[in-house]
Write a protein that binds this ligand. Structure first.
Ligand code: PLP
Length: 348
């Protein structure tokens, strides 16, 4: 059975979090002389002289409506990258514990592990870019705290088989993190619905992709109340700044606009695939549930350098395991995609 107390680092179990001025006072007041702010204002058209809400209540109330989850199950971070780091800092003892990652996958799991001095056990995906469940079962030991699954997966674009993730959730005594950064583009449904079923599930999402707010740095983690409580204790007090909170809240009213862009992105993705697949240097295009495609080519580095020369930047993934010869191409606007295609048509 899942028991958070056996997973938590001892120093975190005993941690008294920083208590900010605004944490200590709740209620009505008109004079705030408690946080050493500049009471006059900001040298800007908008005033940012007050510290932001440490718990981002307004955003969480809106997320509650959109995601159908109680506020106590929602963590908001400075990008989902912050949530990844906080999971390491909460659960993994440096130099002792380990996590499982399943390459090729999102690079920050490894970087965060390195920063936190936590070993990663790598269980490479199958040729179909699916989980090697036997490999994962063999890799798990008494010090394995987290398993990171990215679905839809970056950089391959495919969704991970749902039953395989459920097998892990049902059998692993640590935490299974399902990173759904690209879920808005996917045909698969989110794992958020499974939170009531699995106490060891953390679902991560972000406003950086479909929501078009990468510059604001707002990410979310959804999990049991006890996991969210730990993450809130470990996070820096004011981890999401006031401008980001206000703008994210405003953007979260605009679901219609985002849904239109998702539809357009998917239509553009299909068009891009149809055109690219007939190009002489394209060997394969992998099925995508995301806003990018992984394209296997005869010469990834040659094409990459050619495109850079023309002012077009894609991601060269040829040095990544199971991605030899591959470029990862983000779906752009119709104009950008046309420029890409016309430029590639000139490639010799
Ligand atoms: C799978 C995945 N997770 C998380 C992130 C980072 O998200 P955020 O911008 O919220 O930190 C990315 C960004 O590329 C990503 O591809």
């Amino acid at each position: 059975m899942f028991d958070i107390n056996t997973l938590l680092r001892k120093n975190i179990k005993n941690l008294t979090p920083y208590s900010s001025a605004r944490d200590e006072f709740q209620g009505e007041a008109s004079v705030f002389l408690d946080a050493n702010e500049n009471a006059f204002g900001s040298p800007l058209p908008t005033a940012y002289n007050r510290y932001p809400d440490p718990m981002q209540h307004a955003i969480k109330l809106r997320l509650k409506e959109i995601k159908g989850l109680p506020v106590r199950n929602i963590f908001v971070g400075n990008g989902s990258d912050e949530a990844i780091d906080i999971l390491f800092r909460s659960f993994c003892n440096p130099g002792v514990d380990n996590v499982i990652i399943v390459p090729p996958t999102y690079g920050m799991y490894q970087v965060s592990a390195n920063i936190n001095d936590v070993e990663t056990k790598k269980v490479v995906l199958t040729e179909e870019y699916q989980l090697d469940l036997n490999g994962i079962a063999e890799a798990i030991d008494e010090h394995t705290k987290l398993i990171f699954i990215c679905s839809p997966n970056n950089p391959t674009g495919n969704s991970i088989n749902r039953e395989d993730v459920e097998t892990l959730l049902a059998n692993f005594k640590g935490i299974v993190v399902v990173d759904e950064a690209y879920i808005n583009f996917s045909r698969q449904k989110s794992f958020i619905q499974e939170l009531t079923e699995y106490a060891n599930l953390v679902v991560m999402q972000t406003l950086s992709k479909a929501w078009g707010l990468a510059g604001l740095r707002v990410g979310m983690a959804f999990a049991s109340e006890e996991i969210i409580e730990v993450m809130n204790r470990v996070k820096p007090p004011y981890n999401v700044n006031e401008a980001s909170q206000q703008l994210a809240l405003q953007a979260l009213q605009n679901v219609g606009q985002v849904n239109d862009w998702i539809k357009e992105t998917l239509a553009q993705r299909d068009k891009l695939v149809l055109t690219l697949k007939d190009m002489p240097f394209v060997l394969d295009i992998y099925p995508s549930d995301a806003n990018f495609i992984l394209v296997k080519t005869t010469d990834a580095t040659g094409i990459y350098n050619y495109l850079v020369d023309k002012g077009i930047i894609v991601r060269n993934r040829t040095n990544v395991e199971l991605c030899e010869g591959c470029l990862r191409i983000t779906v752009g606007t119709p104009g950008e995609n046309t420029t890409l295609i016309e430029t590639l048509q000139q490639y010799k």
